[in-house]
Design a protein around this ligand. Structure first.
Ligand code: NAD
Length: 258
């Protein structure tokens, strides 16, 4: 059996992923703010390092895969701290341990929001690894009101999908035999979307921005099953991809522009 580290394991996609992996006989070390094997705040550099150290310790030094699901959608820079740096720092710090596995794998959760309008300046600051500058830009967007503040979310996911693409072919990942991919959900019914989906106006707003002609909103398990496959031994050559598991939202919005 394999040992997996799953962030965001207390809720939604992360919880569904942990449940499937355990059902299949794997060992899962969950990381979350609360109700997890490792309780840590991934919005902070110290929290990320402490979480990696504790998770590796609980795994006895043997980690086969990491699946980073923790994320938030606040119209504020903390969204950049959790969704981008909370994932990329975490994976970068874990990569040397992962590389010791005979079949190491890594996967993250991006979003179809990575295709939505974003702040190119903010995306660049993230990709440059400049957290201080990224948080400054994100705060300036938030200070301008909720509409520009929201740009923190699609910007964090655009940067994450690009990071996966760039990082996947480096010595740390491809060179170490680690496939690295992202899954991009459309609208998933979870704690993140519960309030928004509870009113007809909220649902109409979400569906206007995220059209899902195939089967509509998904349950977290739909995303979890793909994360499980991407981090299984069966996946030997898929890397650097953002796979849209979005009921046709990408195909609708982006059309031929791929
Ligand atoms: P969720 O709110 O159910 O779960 C997210 C988990 O992340 C929670 O358990 C939360 O405690 C944890 N988390 C948040 N901030 C953290 C921090 N600072 N440190 C540690 N853990 C933290 O939401 P979900 O829908 O399962 O979201 C999972 C991922 O899927 C996120 O990255 C989200 O952006 C992405 N996503 C969700 C949707 C959707 O419609 N729900 C769509 C596209 C992408």
């Amino acid at each position: 059996t394999r040992t997996y580290i799953v962030t965001g394991s207390a809720s939604g996609i992360g919880a569904a992923t942990a449940a499937i992996l355990k059902e299949r006989g794997n060992t899962v070390i969950g990381v979350d703010l609360r109700n997890a094997d490792v309780e840590a705040d991934l919005s902070k550099p110290e929290g990320r390092s402490a979480a990696v150290a504790k998770a590796v310790e609980l795994a006895g030094g043997n980690v086969d895969a990491v699946i980073a699901c923790a994320g938030i959608s606040a119209p504020a820079p903390i969204t950049v701290a959790v969704n981008f740096f909370g994932v990329t720092d975490f994976l970068t710090e874990l990569a040397p341990t992962l590389a010791k596995s005979s079949a190491p794998r890594a996967a993250v959760v991006s979003s179809m929001a990575s295709l939505q309008p974003n702040s190119p300046e903010l995306v660049e600051a993230m990709l440059a690894g400049n957290e201080e500058e990224a948080l400054r830009i994100g705060q300036a967007l938030a200070d301008n009101g909720p509409q520009t503040g929201y740009l923190n979310y699609p910007s964090s996911k655009r940067a994450l999908s690009r990071w996966v693409r760039r990082e996947s072919i480096t010595p740390a990942f491809a060179g170490a035999g680690i496939p690295l991919n992202a899954v991009a959900p459309g609208t998933v019914v979870s704690a993140m979307t519960r309030d928004l989906l509870s009113t007809p106006e909220g649902r109409a707003m979400v569906d206007a921005n995220v059209p899902m002609p195939l089967n509509g909103h998904s349950d977290p398990e739909v995303i979890a099953r793909l994360l499980v496959w991407l981090t299984s031994e069966e996946n030997t050559h898929t890397t650097g991809q953002t796979i849209y598991t979005d009921g046709g939202a990408d195909a609708t919005l982006r059309g031929d522009d791929i």
